[in-house]
Design a protein. Structure first.
Length: 302
């Protein structure tokens, strides 16, 4: 099954819902960053939740950056997604593997920690980006996004995200759902949804059985009680390039660039998001320095 996300609304129009299959996406992240089980699950769950959050914004050009720092051994997680389902991300400590937790699951909460915050920056074309943060609930990621939506966006919701890691560190399954309560939803409907979510088989079991995003939403709302509105591909995608990093380098202090040029006769830059390496020769560095000097002059004039 290829990765894709579905957007839906319940037949009674009381809930909006999203579900995604993201095995390929998380597999690419796992390979790019050589993550071990707990880091794979923590990063993967964050990528999945960030993708659903970004695609839930009905604005062209919208994008979301999520930063999670919980004080646990996995360090910080950063994920960046746009409204078209492109996502990228990294985790500062990729080699975390922990004993399973009491439920027999990967101990994501233990890896991430819960003494910290989930920070979300929303950016839309033509608008200033804005950032809000909430304390982490459990560090299990799904709970933390649920808490963020309730606290920061005033949207009662349920976010479920899951990554199954095989013994050889490859990704066996990955995916998630996000259900948001719409204004006017009745208490009865909300209560019945809550019990449905509790009764449901565990998400990773459904994903391992190759249940599709549509299957998962049909299971949550009941067969035929959900209307699918849109399907879109989702992808781990990094838009970095040698030119983009050259622009970033141009912003560094000129003295710093000159000393690197003199001592190392060139430079290598590694992209945090996809681990791709870019080399700049001594000559290329010289042209970056020349450009930086020119920019400096022009900004001084202005
Ligand atoms: Zn990159």
């Amino acid at each position: 099954m290829k990765d894709y996300l579905v957007k839906a609304v319940s037949e009674d129009k009381m809930f909006r819902a999203y579900a995604v299959n993201a095995k390929e996406m998380v597999s690419v992240a796992q390979k790019d960053h050589d993550t071990w089980s707990a880091s794979s699950a923590a990063l993967g769950r964050t990528l999945i939740a960030t993708t659903m959050l970004a695609t839930s914004i009905d604005k062209s050009g919208a994008a979301i950056t999520v930063k999670i720092s919980g004080g646990g051994p996995a360090g910080q997680i950063v994920a960046d997604a746009d409204f078209q389902g492109n996502v990228k991300g990294f985790i500062s400590k990729p080699h975390i593997h922990l004993p399973l937790n009491a439920k027999g699951h990967i101990d994501v909460g233990g890896a991430v920690g819960h003494n910290g915050v989930l920070e979300v920056t929303r950016a839309s074309k033509g608008e200033d980006p804005y950032t809000s943060d909430v304390p982490l609930a459990t560090g299990e990621i799904g709970d933390d996004f649920t808490y963020y939506l309730a606290q920061s966006e005033q949207i009662p919701s349920a976010v479920g995200v899951s990554v199954f890691v095989n013994d050889d560190n490859s990704i066996g399954a990955a995916g998630g759902y996000m259900v948001q309560v719409l204004p006017g939803a009745s208490d009865k409907a909300i209560n019945s949804l809550e019990s449905k979510l509790k009764e449901m088989p565990e998400l990773h079991e459904l994903l391992l059985k190759n249940k599709s995003p549509e299957d998962i939403l049909n299971l949550i709302f009941g067969d035929g009680k959900v209307k699918f509105l849109e399907t879109m591909p989702v992808l781990f995608y990094c838009n970095c390039s040698k030119d983009k990093f050259a622009k970033d380098l141009k912003g560094l202090p000129i003295k710093e660039l000159q000393s690197v040029q003199k001592e190392q006769h060139g430079m290598e830059v590694v992209c945090n998001f996809c681990q791709k390496k870019y080399q700049y020769s001594e000559l290329e560095l010289q042209s970056i320095i020349d450009q930086a000097k020119l920019d400096h002059k022009n900004s001084n004039k202005a």
